[in-house]
Design a protein around this ligand. Structure first.
Ligand SMILES: [Cu+2]
Length: 267
């Protein structure tokens, strides 16, 4: 389901990503050790990217990753992949990610990840991306993500683990809850993702009424994905709005566009 809620209007600070061949060192803060922090180069025009890292809690008390932020992203969310009725979808972890004493949690492709939404710069292989992690006990911890090539499965410093080919299942994407609202005519951006595909969706303007919806498709490795057809369904069962479906028009092999009317704003 695609949200038509309004987008956030937000000032973005522009800085340059610093290219460096050196891999970021592990970051230690109190009882936490954060390692293997990395992301992937973004294909042309992509405004989202996943972030991956390993967090070890060497302390005696549970820790919680409450939030994350990145200077180049409009917002950063913590996403978890879950299976519902046999279909893998994602959900944002609004209450954060708990790391039990002694536990090592790895955010990696196909599983939990940080989601950078509304990137203001493309990410290139070799870039280093600063990210702030906010923990309940340890407070803010700054880490640097090493940007790997498009489609990378692991940071360059570790062995690439062979991805197991998932069994075929229907692709069904779930919307990320929209951000807080602001200017009425701002476009709304979100991404929908499932196990094997992700759709970056821009609704312009971000409000009820006639809208243009632009969709960019990526595969699970964030590479451009072509499709035979794309249809968009808007609906809101909670408010009794029956689904309306329209076929999108192909703009390029991974870009689609459709004009339709959003019955109401909201998720
Ligand atoms: Cu995500």
């Amino acid at each position: 389901m695609i949200s038509s809620k309004r987008a956030v209007a937000c000032a973005i600070i522009l800085t340059c990503l610093v290219g460096s061949p050196a891999l970021a060192a592990d970051t230690t803060s109190g009882d936490l050790v954060i390692s293997k922090a990395w992301s992937r180069a973004t294909p042309g025009g992509a405004k989202v990217a996943g972030g991956y890292l390993t967090i070890e809690n060497r302390g005696d008390a549970p820790e919680r990753l409450q939030a994350a932020s990145a200077i180049h992203a409009l917002r950063t969310e913590i996403h978890e992949m879950t299976v519902n009725d046999g279909i893998m979808t994602m959900r944002p972890l609004d209450k954060g990610l708990v790391i039990a004493p002694g536990q090592v949690i790895t955010l990696a492709p196909g599983g939990g990840h940080l989601m950078f939404i509304g990137l203001d710069v493309p990410l290139h292989a070799g870039d280093q991306m600063p990210v702030k992690l906010s923990f309940e006990r340890a407070g803010d911890v700054n880490v640097t993500l090493d940007v790997q090539a498009m489609g990378a499965q692991a940071p360059a410093s570790t062995e690439s683990t062979a991805a197991t080919e998932p069994a075929h299942r229907a692709e069904q994407a779930t919307a990320v809850p929209p951000a807080a609202t602001s200017d009425a005519d701002e476009s709304f951006f979100t991404h929908l993702h499932a196990e094997k595909a992700m759709a970056n969706v821009t609704v312009s303007p971000g409000r009820a009424g006639p809208v243009e919806i632009a969709i960019q498709l990526e595969d699970a490795n964030e590479l451009p994905l072509s499709a035979d057809a794309v249809a968009v369904t808007l609906g809101n069962p909670e408010h009794g709005v029956a689904p309306i479906t329209a076929n999108a028009e192909r703009i390029s092999h991974d870009q689609w566009r459709v004009r339709m009317s959003a019955p109401l704003s909201g998720r």
